[in-house]
Design a protein around this ligand. Structure first.
Ligand SMILES: Cc1cc2nc3c(=O)[nH]c(=O)nc-3n(C[C@H](O)[C@H](O)[C@H](O)COP(=O)(O)OP(=O)(O)OC[C@H]3O[C@@H](n4cnc5c(N)ncnc54)[C@H](O)[C@@H]3O)c2cc1C
Length: 270
């Protein structure tokens, strides 16, 4: 068994093609509108999409509009406030997430709207030693009463024993099917056996993958999964993702604040 800790990597975020945007803006008559050079790609993309709805790039472009919002922070806050969430769906962010269990992925993958998912295949990937995240709730805190400390220690010993047994049994199965698993046998055969063996691997096994989500979906996930009612692993990982997004896109997450150690948004339904 190999003890691992969850990791989150932001692989990709939006980047507006400035020349194409200029061509488009001129095409629709928004000649006076200048994109903000210091804005993030996500902010610019959402601003372009949002302003196209009302043609609010500049006063007079739409005769119904005399004044337009120029401040990016105000513009984005207004979208969140009025719940015009479809506009923020244009901005997508790709995360690689590693060292998370199937407890995490089973919950994360329930979020379907606005998400793309590629998860490590236990049908293809054979284990040599089982990677495993030790739940935070099993870590001993200085202020834990002694009986709790002892129970945590024993629980962790039980975990290690069970996983050690699974590893032994897994190895035994590999030996039993050594001919079919030899380098010269077909990949189809190996895949078939690997998939059969995975049934004895516990759902605490660490895996990883790539998750892409748009801003609306990510805000929803953080609202649900950074809350006190969330399971401890998704709470930890979603909070790490939110920390990353607050750094990458501060304006879209400016309404999130920490209350008693948990992130909460001001605008829940965007
Ligand atoms: C604390 C907690 C406990 C949970 N316990 C359980 C449990 O015991 N058993 C269980 O099965 N699941 C459980 N879940 C999972 C939960 O039911 C959802 O499947 C999961 O949170 C995904 O969220 P979502 O439904 O909002 O989907 P998302 O895909 O994130 O969708 C986002 C939003 O889009 C809209 N939407 C998405 N799909 C549709 C659709 N098909 N039709 C109409 N509108 C749609 C909804 O407004 C939805 O809220 C739990 C979740 C939490 C946070």
């Amino acid at each position: 068994m190999r003890v691992v800790s969850p990791r989150v990597f932001l692989l990709e975020k939006p980047e507006v093609q400035v020349h194409a945007a200029r061509e488009w803006l001129d095409h629709i008559g928004a000649h006076e509108f200048e994109m903000n050079a210091s804005a993030t790609g996500g902010e610019s993309l959402v601003q372009l999409a949002g302003k196209r709805c009302y043609m609010s790039f500049q006063p007079g472009l739409n005769p119904n509009i005399e004044r337009v919002r120029t401040d990016m922070a105000e513009f984005i806050e207004n979208i969140l406030k009025v719940g015009h969430g479809s506009v923020i769906e244009h901005a997508n962010y790709t995360f690689a997430i590693e060292n998370v269990s199937r407890v995490f992925t089973g919950e994360m993958n329930r979020h379907r709207a606005g998400m793309a998912i590629s998860e490590g295949s236990m049908r293809f990937i054979r284990f040599t030693n089982i990677p495993f995240w030790k739940p935070t709730s099993l870590c001993i805190n200085d202020d834990d009463p002694e009986p709790i400390k002892e129970r945590k220690r024993i629980t962790w010993e039980v975990f290690k024993e069970v996983i050690g047994k699974v590893e032994q049994s897994y190895k035994l199965l590999e030996e039993l099917w050594a001919t079919e698993l030899s380098p010269t046998s077909s990949f189809k055969e190996k895949k078939h056996l690997t998939s059969m063996f995975r049934r004895i691997v516990p759902m605490g096994v660490a895996t990883g993958g790539v998750w892409t989500g748009n801003l609306r979906a990510l805000r929803h996930i953080f609202t649900m999964r950074c809350a006190p009612s969330a399971e401890e692993e998704i709470l930890l990982v979603a909070s790490m993702m939110l920390d990353t997004m607050i750094e990458a896109e501060p304006l879209f997450f400016a309404d999130f604040e920490k209350v008693n150690g948990y992130w909460q948004p001001k605008y829940r339904k965007v």
